[in-house]
Design a protein around this ligand. Structure first.
Ligand code: ZN
Length: 429
């Protein structure tokens, strides 16, 4: 039965498998430790076997079912001092006597892949409390400031829930742009919270930050200037295009609200909400084009037409390649003056924001940085919240996110079991 032990991931040199049985809902395994020398902890004398006890331990799922090991443990007695004790068991986790060390590692690995506690309960048969204990003992990433920093916000709790439970509505996430990991999650996205976080590091650590990405709306820029003096601040094109598309959408909404009784007109404008914010070239199908055109050419949509034009020109600026920073700056300057000439209030205010923060937009280009990593990690945090159906507390949310995203991970690739020789290929060439 040695091979059985190895198959279910138990050391066959130390354990003997007496039986493996399919119980329908789970697999039951009878195991015992192979006879070995056990010494008394108090006097060091060789102890004698003194009966046995049984315990049940949850193990890694076997054949797609939970696996339970009925473990026979020997009790020993010291002939010199009369002390009795149970043998030490390397199979059993130090955290809780109900799970095996292999299951402990398995749970952490699966949580890291985004499994929920409920799923793991079904897979392993272990209770919620046992699994939560393993999660709580997981190693957290160290408190540190990365060299290349990204800051972004994510919605932690819906506003109503946040008010009711006294939890933060938004959370501020700090990412490491090189390692692509979550460094920390702060309760709240206000400048006071972020300031307290940055101030928890020494001046030397803060001076080590080379770049920081953040969006233009927050108060992060002034904080970064003050507390991270050595860092290049940049804002990604993605965030800027979000501002401009937002302006188009706000214009559309204002027009919809201004319409009093023309239901047909309202419908036309509402239907095209996504289409008029997209790149013109991306509208492939004729139905989409007619829909967008109907909205833009409708009566009273003059302002929307202008805002739309400004957005398309913005996309042109954003997709073009530039030889130098000056070229890009000039092109952006031209776009800003066009946006101002549209006379649409929403577009005017965004153009003003962009003009004010022009330097950060150009920084992103010059240093070849995007906030794609932050956006991807943001997406993953949203996925965690969604698959777990929310969390009971901010601390639980933060802990889980750090367990899943806090450590550098190997890319998810299939394991190459067979290596094909390239001889045939070479012969042809
Ligand atoms: Zn003794």
């Amino acid at each position: 039965m040695r091979i059985h032990a190895e198959l279910i991931g138990i050391n066959g040199d130390a354990y003997r498998i007496d039986d493996i049985h399919d119980e329908g809902a789970y697999t039951s395994v009878k195991a015992a430790r192979i006879a070995h020398e056990e010494r008394c902890a108090a006097c060091g004398r060789r102890a004698q076997v003194h009966g046995s006890t049984n315990s049940t331990v949850y193990h890694v799922p076997h054949a797609g079912k939970p696996c339970l090991i009925a473990l026979k443990k020997k009790r020993y007695r010291c002939p010199a001092c009369g002390r009795t004790f149970t043998e030490d068991d390397p199979l059993v986790s130090r955290l809780t006597p109900h799970v095996s060390t292999r299951l402990e590692a398995f749970v952490l690995e699966e949580l890291g892949r985004g499994r929920t506690i409920a799923e793991l309960e079904r897979m392993t048969g272990a209770s919620k409390n046992i699994l939560a204990k393993i999660e709580a003992a997981a190693q957290m990433p160290p408190h540190r400031l990365p060299r290349n920093l990204c800051i972004d916000e994510v919605r932690a709790f819906p506003k109503k829930v946040a008010v009711k439970r006294g939890e933060p509505h938004m959370a501020c996430c700090v990412y490491d742009a090189d390692e692509k990991t979550l460094v920390d999650m702060l309760a709240g996205d206000d400048s006071k919270t972020v300031r307290a976080y940055l101030e928890s590091f020494t001046k030397g650590e803060r001076n080590g930050v080379a770049t920081i990405s953040c969006d233009l709306n927050g108060s992060y820029i002034s904080l970064a200037k003050e507390l991270l003096p050595g860092a290049v601040i940049y804002a990604d094109k993605f965030h800027i295009s979000k501002l401009v598309t937002g302006a188009v959408d706000d214009t559309r909404l204002r027009l919809v609200h201004a319409i009093e009784d023309d239901k047909e007109q309202k419908k036309i404008l509402s239907r095209a909400s996504k289409l008029i914010c997209a790149r013109k070239a991306k509208l492939r199908d004729a139905r989409q084009i007619t829909c967008a055109r109907a909205a833009l050419e409708s009566e009273g949509a003059r302002e929307l037409r202008r805002a739309y034009l400004a957005l398309q020109l913005f996309y042109e600026w954003s997709d073009a390649t530039y030889e130098s920073r000056e070229d890009m700056e000039r092109a952006l300057g031209q776009w800003i003056s066009i946006a101002r000439r549209t006379g649409v209030p929403e577009m005017l205010s965004e153009a003003k924001t962009i003009k004010k923060n022009k330097v950060y937009i150009l920084n992103a280009w010059e240093h070849g940085r995007t906030s794609a990593i932050a956006e991807s990690l943001n997406r993953q945090i949203k996925d965690i919240i969604r698959t777990c159906r929310g969390f009971m507390s901010f601390e639980a949310l933060r802990h889980r996110c750090l367990v899943v995203l806090g450590h550098e991970r190997e890319p998810n690739k299939p394991i190459p079991l067979f290596v094909r020789s390239d001889k045939r290929k070479e012969g042809v060439g």
